[in-house]
Design a protein around this ligand. Structure first.
Ligand code: SAH
Length: 270
């Protein structure tokens, strides 16, 4: 499939940090790349580890949007494999469309290879589930208003009023307003909060568990003020619940496409 190479610029999700969490497709593309522009230190090792010797590798840390797209356009010569490598998934807080529009204008085709988002890596390393039967079946991926304003109807208080799982990106310096808005939305002071710093990074990952009331102090003590995922969810800690509701999928009395319900004897029913 990759042999056809229909696109000239590939936006590749590098995953949350652990180089092994890039997709096979993403790694294969890097292995034949001619030019890679990566976004910050989080994804540098994926680029340098898998790229061929001749590949031009550049950090976009100090580049403005226009410089980034100019660079990609310049590199995107016929037959070249040009990659924009981004953390997690490119479609989450990745400025993807801002970069695609100038490429569209320059008649350069684009493809996106998804990546493992840090929201999923954070839940995975803490052995938590984003959804649980009869607890919550909904996940909200969002951020708190800081220098970037939130659109109408998307204040944390409004979103939190649903009492579903909340994954907060880009918000670790805003823990006091998170506490304030969640309490205003009816969450208890002792609601569990999970903070994961550098999820999936070997030797650097930190998992902090606390409550709305104390998570800020715990993060301050642990000196966590960047690269962190904040998760607030009624599912947190479910691993230790004695009375967990089981999912219908594996229930003996539930028929679905691949399995008929077993007949339950009178004795079992009573
Ligand atoms: N596209 C990325 C998000 C980019 S925005 C994704 O899908 O994960 C950057 C924010 O993502 C950070 O402020 C932090 O909240 C989160 N983040 C990225 N990598 C992380 C990691 N390894 N551990 C925890 N949070 C991470």
């Amino acid at each position: 499939m990759i042999n056809q190479l229909p696109a000239r610029v590939w936006f590749v999700g590098a995953g949350p940090g652990d180089v092994d969490l890039i997709t096979v497709k993403g790694r294969d593309l890097i292995a034949r790349a001619d030019a890679i522009l990566f976004a910050g230190s989080l994804v540098q090792s994926a680029a340098t580890q898998w790229a061929p010797a001749h590949c031009l590798i550049k950090d976009s840390k100090e580049m403005r949007l226009e410089q980034i797209t100019d660079w990609l356009i310049e590199q995107a010569q016929p037959g070249k494999v040009v990659i924009r490598l981004q953390t997690g998934d490119p479609g989450l807080y990745g400025a993807l469309i801002e970069m695609v529009q100038p490429l569209d204008k320059a008649n350069i085709s684009v493809e996106v290879v998804p990546g493992v988002s840090s929201a999923f890596a954070a839940m995975a390393c803490a052995v938590e589930s984003l959804t649980l039967p009869e607890v919550t079946q909904t996940v909200i991926l969002t951020r708190v208003e800081g220098r970037t304003p939130m659109p109408e109807g998307e204040s944390l208080q409004e979103l939190a009023s649903h009492h579903t799982t909340l994954c907060l990106f880009l918000s670790i310096t805003l823990l006091s307003s998170i506490e304030h808005e969640l309490k205003a939305a009816g969450w208890a002071e002792d609601a569990t909060v999970l903070v994961v710093h550098k999820a999936s990074w070997p030797d650097e990952q930190q998992i902090i568990r606390g409550t709305l009331a104390n998570i800020r102090d715990k993060c301050r003590e642990a000196k966590i003020n960047s690269q962190a995922m904040i998760i607030i969810s009624p599912t947190l800690g479910a691993r230790h619940w004695p009375d967990l509701k089981k999912s219908k999928l594996y229930d003996a009395g539930f028929t679905h496409r691949f399995r008929r319900a077993e007949r339950i004897s009178n004795k079992e029913q009573s």
